[in-house]
Ligand binder design. Structure first.
Ligand code: ARG
Length: 469
């Protein structure tokens, strides 16, 4: 960032002394909002084309502006552009350079526009792009979950409640639970995109413009699906950014849950899964360690996104209409949210594609928790035993198995019969985890055929998703 002395500020005519240096640094945003440059140029081009079409600037001016902005875009992409903190933000930096390059035409670009509607437009263009990128990454993660689930329709693991072994489920079924969470996340982002995708330009500083500008043309040009209907609202509210960050916070929350499970599963006491070494680190002192760093950091980074959400909510709270400088503070939390989420999703897709299940360890854990006790109770109920009596009989059987340090399915038939005379040899079909999951055939259940169908339907849902744009 070059710090050349300011020759004359954009508003210098009004002021009798230069801005204090510390104030300048405090109020400038170019050190971070330079990231909006590409969108700022896109918005300016659409605005200029409209001004020319409406006869507010000449075609010659439009030509100069287009040429100048094209050069600036190249300068920025090639790292040659000199950002100047004296020019406060990305908008004034670009406008000043444009005027250097093409003279008066550059000075005419800002006709009928204010930085207030300009920045609101830039941030919406940025967020629309970010939303589309993230939707793509989410879909990638969902596909990875489906592929992994498909491999494990018959892989049995304990399902937990209170982190205690509860009932057998398939690993596929467990993964599909996350598919559903990310599906809702996808829908949330898609829904929020509709509210991002509206054009603020034309609101000018706050009251709208007196020039005969054509907002609809600009909206169409920039791919917005409509206009912000009230000029005061257009330049001031950032609810669409808050909504985006809330959706991001939910995605991170879901990823954090999955991460916590992967961390547990990687603990040798569980040993349910293994991750390729590239997702882990060792310890500088304990040679045996293989630490699940990536899932741990995902869990940890959810905190920054929650923080960003709170930052934006607090930033907006109590702001009177219309634009206030407070809003300049929306960018860093938003950029951080997009950056963190994007990298996290990119890593996670790879991680899910390459996670290694260890079915033998899952089964071992399953055989230790009396996971089919409910099945035994259900078996008795089907034979006409009242549920409470069945529950009591099974509880006694569990106590006995515990004493003998074996699973329910290892108790012989005579012993089982001693807990309830309705128990017959066919009981072993449901006492094994395989038998148990076979019975869960209702929609949403863990039976292999049901999960297979769920995966199929899920794939179709992904394919049938509407195009953005
Ligand atoms: N850098 C400012 C922002 O990010 C641009 C808008 C400035 N408008 C103003 N009236 N000072 O919000």
């Amino acid at each position: 960032m070059s710090k050349t002395p300011s020759e004359s500020n954009t508003w210098s005519g009004r002021f009798s002394e230069p801005v204090d240096d510390l104030v300048k640094t405090y109020t400038a945003s170019v050190s971070f909002d330079y990231r909006l440059a590409q969108f700022d140029i896109e918005g300016s081009l659409a605005h200029a084309r409209m001004l020319a079409q409406q006869g507010i600037i000449s075609l010659k001016d439009l030509n100069d502006i287009e040429q100048g902005l094209q050069n600036i875009s190249e300068e920025i992409n090639e790292g040659r552009f000199k950002w100047n903190i004296d020019l406060e933000d990305v908008h004034l930096n670009i406008e000043k350079r444009l005027t250097e390059l093409v003279g008066d035409a550059g000075k005419r670009l800002h006709t009928g526009r204010s930085r207030n509607d300009q920045v609101a437009t830039d941030i919406r263009l940025y967020l629309r792009q970010a939303t589309d990128d993230i939707l793509g990454l989410l879909a990638g993660l969902q596909n990875a979950l489906l592929d992994k689930a498909e491999e494990h329709i018959h892989t049995l693991m304990p399902g937990f409640t209170h982190l205690q072994v509860a009932q057998p489920v398939s690993f596929a079924h467990h993964l599909m639970a996350y598919f559903e969470m990310f599906d809702r996340d996808w829908n949330r982002l898609t829904d929020g995109r509709k509210r991002i995708n509206r054009l603020p330009l034309g609101a000018a500083a706050l009251a709208g413009s007196g020039y005969p500008i054509n907002r609809d043309k600009v909206a169409k040009d920039l791919g917005f699906s409509g206009l912000c209907e009230n000029s005061l609202d257009a330049v001031s509210d950032r609810d669409f950014a808050i909504e985006f960050t809330a959706a991001a916070a939910l995605i991170m929350m879901h990823l954090s849950r999955l991460s916590e499970e992967i961390i547990l599963w990687m603990n040798p006491q569980f040993g349910f899964v293994d991750l390729p070494d590239r997702f882990c680190t060792g310890s500088s002192i304990m040679p045996q360690k293989k630490n699940p760093d990536v899932p741990e950091l995902v869990r940890g980074k959810s905190g920054r996104i929650y923080g960003n959400l709170f930052c934006l909510l607090t930033l907006m709270k109590g702001q009177p209409l219309a634009y206030n400088k407070d809003n300049q503070e929306d960018k860093e939390p938003l950029f951080d949210t997009v950056d963190t989420l994007t990298t996290t999703l990119r890593l996670y897709c790879d991680l899910i594609q390459n996670i290694q299940a260890r079915p033998e360890r899952m089964l071992e854990a399953l055989n230790q928790g009396f996971a089919t006790a409910t099945d035994l109770a259900d078996y008795l109920v089907m034979k006409g035993v009242p549920f409470r009596d069945a529950h009591e009989a099974v509880a006694r059987a569990v106590r006995e198995a515990e004493k003998r340090n074996c699973d329910l399915s290892q108790l012989d038939i005579n012993l089982l019969k001693s807990f309830h005379q309705e128990i017959e040899p066919g009981v072993y079909d449901i006492l094994t985890p395989q038998g148990s999951i076979q019975t869960r055939t209702l929609k949403g259940g863990t039976a292999p055929a049901t999960v297979k169908q769920a995966i199929l339907t899920a794939r179709e849902r992904l394919i049938r998703r509407p195009d953005q744009g």
